[in-house]
Design a protein around this ligand. Structure first.
Ligand SMILES: [Zn+2]
Length: 428
């Protein structure tokens, strides 16, 4: 397919805003210039819009195989495209887990057959994510594993984690960690703090996360491994990562939009759409996350898109599963509440969603330049509308942001040179 985007105001790879036409051929940006003339299948006039590199989300739960009631690769990637994401990394807490070569081959086939954007599959660190036995790192890497993670649970044994890091380092792969010390979870459903006290709920303390990050950065130093912290949520965790970076340890970290936007003070009552893991923390933690993002301690933003059925979420604060959806609301929420409120610039927000995750994992995506993969999203920064869950392409409607008025909505998403989503078109 050949596409011409005319009058594109875009953020160039040096971070500068520029205006030009973009020619896309065979999945690649082949020409950037003034008034390009070419014989193309489709011309799009982007006047008045912003053209950004397609967003990258390295923390997504697509649920397939095994959790198709919550989401499938088809619906999750459609949601990604609607949110402007053109590359997503898929977490392995599925049934089965991609912990063997044959399970990974099955997953790759499903992705090839049904994904609407690029999907990078994580393999698990341990068999069935049970923390007992390492998977076949070499074999899984050879079959396209993006990195290794047991996301959903922390790796409890330091010896197991060290061995995993040494193997990953030898293969030039990253260990990506959901950090949770099981002896400190306290059967909690929310953060250990004022909300838990008020409602008589068990709380998950901040140290449950930070103590495992502290252990892991020292293990990563010993193994000389790239260690990545998922969904960082506490002030103490940010301090540990900051100190580790200063010490030269190869650590990177991500933060979710909901931890940047909300604290326990914002939970309106016993609404399980505010239940996720890690939980919404204290206002002080939220401030530390914003500070950490701005000073480079936290590298990028990832949504932890975690769809569940309405029935599951109706089970209440204690019993409902952890997690909220995020792909279709991330950019409008962050643009409205961080860029328009002058906490970060538009250029910074785009970086956190494009070049920063790409740089952290050495990916060739997230830039608009000649020769780059044609992954783009056209954004209407002026359009304002409320978040409507009935419009989600994700099967999951579990969001705490329903009804929030936001500006900055994607209009057209191009993934690998093909139109992956367009406003007004219904994808099935
Ligand atoms: Zn997690």
């Amino acid at each position: 397919m050949k596409l011409l985007i005319q009058n594109a105001c875009y953020i160039a790879s040096n971070g500068e805003k520029k205006q030009a036409d973009l020619l896309i051929e065979n999945g690649v940006i082949t020409k950037i210039g003034k008034k390009i003339e070419a014989d193309v299948n489709r011309t799009v006039d982007a006047s008045g819009k912003l053209v950004s590199p397609g967003f990258i989300d390295l923390h997504v739960h697509l649920r397939e195989p095994g959790g198709e009631k919550k989401e499938t690769i088809a619906t999750g990637t459609a949601a990604a495209a609607r949110g402007g994401f053109t590359t997503i990394a898929n977490m392995p807490n599925t049934r089965p887990v991609p912990d063997t070569i044959s399970n990974m081959e099955d997953l790759q086939k499903r992705i090839k057959d049904t994904a609407k954007v690029r999907v990078l599959p994580y393999a698990s660190i341990t068999i069935r994510q049970l923390g007992q036995e390492l998977t076949d790192f070499e074999g899984l890497k050879a079959n396209g594993a993006f990195a290794f993670t047991d996301d959903g649970v922390g790796v409890q044994s330091a010896a197991m984690m060290l061995e995993a890091m040494k193997k990953a380092a030898a293969l030039d792969m990253a260990i990506v960690a959901h950090c949770e010390e099981n002896t400190l979870i306290n059967k909690g459903s929310v953060h250990e703090g004022s909300f838990a006290e008020k409602h008589g709920l068990n709380g998950i303390p901040s140290v449950c996360e930070s103590v495992q990050i502290a252990r892991d950065v020292l293990l990563a130093e010993a193994a000389d491994c790239h260690y990545h912290v998922c969904h960082i949520s506490t002030k103490g965790s940010v301090r540990v990562v900051r100190d580790a970076k200063r010490a030269g340890i190869k650590v990177t970290a991500e933060v979710t939009p909901h931890h940047l936007l909300l604290s326990q003070d914002d939970i309106p009552g016993l609404d399980s759409n505010f239940k996720m893991n890690p939980p919404l923390r204290d206002a002080e933690d939220r401030a530390a996350l914003i500070e950490g993002l701005l000073d480079g301690t936290i590298d990028f933003i990832a949504t932890d898109h975690a769809p569940h059925t309405a029935e599951e979420k109706a089970e209440g604060m204690t019993l409902a599963p952890f997690g909220i959806v995020g792909l279709e609301t991330a950019f409008p929420l962050l643009y409205t509440h961080f860029v328009l409120k002058n906490i970060i610039t538009l250029e910074q927000l785009i970086e956190y969603l494009t070049v920063k995750p790409a740089e952290a994992f050495g990916l060739p995506y997230g830039k608009i330049e000649v020769g780059a993969p044609a992954d783009l999203v056209i954004l209407n920064l002026e359009e304002e509308q409320a978040i409507k869950t009935e419009e989600f392409l994700s099967k999951g409607k579990n969001t705490p942001f329903s009804g929030w008025k936001c500006k900055g909505w994607p209009e057209l998403t191009i993934a690998g040179g093909e139109i992956a989503w367009e406003k007004g078109c219904v994808l099935v």
